[in-house]
Write a protein that binds this ligand. Structure first.
Ligand code: MG
Length: 411
């Protein structure tokens, strides 16, 4: 007899105190899965930039998968170097593993960059593994979900008024169901530039940027949000002028008008405008975001969850931001595996705004990359209830983008 039906029957026979005793006697202690890490291997894919896929193997056959990106060129040898700190360990103690590798690398660059990105790919694989071992979706391990669907925005480069395709392409993005788009304002080849090295924009260059935003805003419906990215390439005078001139368009945000590394400069730009300023795709760990929040230097944070430290670290960054009433709109340029990993975080944090999708030029690869097929439905991802991340790589499709000359989960 199943425990539940036994207890129901027992409730009919015994009084409540007896029922309580029956539960005490019938319940056996929860047996936590015991696993040991036996190997960690990687594979490199080039789709939107470079992605490193990470697999953690265990003595009971369960495998966890993760994905790292952007500052990923040195991730493969870094993860090989982490192996000695992983073999034989219990993969379910994710924080303990993360903290030991992070603090173990203090003199090896563990404050940011490729070291943290390597640790990120591993951390995500450990969460996938933990979810599979416990039979729970990852969002459940991050505190449970506050929303079922994650709003996506489409990063596209159809913003040139002279491009005869641009209007139709933007309308197609809206028809796909997206409620927000983003495009790049920085243009190194702009003929209006006087100097290829100095990043003070000329009047004509700023006019070009304003025209592009006006064009995109004019094509899209009023309800669709528009964000624009300056990639941290400009100086303060330009950042301030562009943010001010774009105020009438009510952008969802202006991204990194100046680099995020000088927080005081960033704060000065933010204080000069009502255009919301968004930063953070090149910041690492909680520590990278602390000063930005303390100095009120940004309106929106955009940690890259496949780069900044992983799923729990992103949750911690979002929670810090939440105490300042700052929303989070994560940067995301990875495959459906990393995107679904990000969605587990976005589903779990109250102050989530919108998540990036950057694979419209690789639509065919995107749709076949995981066995589950397309994960975006009319501009939203419904976070899966399957254990772990809930998506599995379609090897044949993923290998179409394998970096030539590299191994495929061989070491
Ligand atoms: Mg950006």
């Amino acid at each position: 007899m199943e425990r539940r039906s036994f207890l129901t029957a027992a409730a009919g026979v015994f009084s409540l105190p007896s029922l309580s005793a029956a539960i005490q006697n019938a319940a056996s202690a929860y047996r936590r899965p015991k696993l040991k890490i036996t190997d960690v291997r990687t594979a490199m894919v080039r789709a939107h930039g470079l992605q490193v896929h990470v697999r953690v193997y265990t003595d009971q056959g369960l495998i966890g998968q993760g994905e790292a990106t952007d500052s990923a060129a040195g991730v493969v040898p870094l993860i090989a170097g982490f192996k000695r700190m992983l073999m034989g360990r219990d993969p379910l103690n994710v924080e303990a593993i993360f903290e030991s590798i992070r603090t173990g690398g203090i003199f090896a660059g563990a404050q940011g960059g490729q070291y943290v990105t390597a640790l990120t790919g591993l951390e995500i694989a450990l969460w996938d593994l933990a979810g599979k071992a416990l039979g729970l979706p990852v969002y459940q391990l991050l505190g449970g979900k506050v929303r079922d669907r994650v709003r996506m925005y489409c990063d596209s480069q159809h913003h040139h008024p002279d491009d005869p395709q641009a209007k139709a392409k933007l309308q197609e993005i809206e028809k796909m169901g997206f409620t927000a788009v983003k495009f790049d304002l920085d243009e190194g080849a702009d003929p209006n530039r006087w100097d290829r090295v100095n990043w003070t924009a000329s009047n004509a260059e700023i006019d070009r940027m304003v025209k592009e935003v006006a064009f995109v805003r004019g094509v899209l419906g009023k309800r669709t949000d528009v964000a624009a990215d300056m990639h941290g390439r400009y100086d303060m005078t330009t950042g301030k002028r562009v943010a001010r001139e774009l105020e009438p368009f009510k952008l969802l945000w202006l991204e990194e008008p100046v680099p995020a590394e000088n927080v005081d400069a960033l704060r000065e730009v933010r204080a000069s405008t009502v255009t919301p300023i968004c930063v953070g795709e090149n910041l690492f760990l909680r520590h990278g975001f602390r000063e930005v929040l303390e100095k009120r230097a940004a309106d929106i944070l955009m940690p890259d969850i496949q780069k900044c430290g992983g799923l729990l670290e992103a949750r911690k960054i979002a929670d810090m931001a939440h105490t300042y009433y700052v929303p989070v709109a994560p940067h995301c340029v990875v495959s459906p595996i990393g995107t679904m990993a990000s969605c587990h975080v976005c589903a779990a944090i109250p102050n989530f705004l919108v998540l990036e999708w950057h694979w419209i030029p690789r639509l065919e690869l995107w749709r076949e990359f995981v066995k589950e097929g397309e994960i975006i439905d009319k501009g939203f991802v419904t976070v899966t209830d399957r254990p772990g991340l809930g998506v599995e790589m379609n090897e044949a499709a993923a290998r179409k983008a394998q970096v030539p000359g590299t191994g495929w989960f061989e070491a």
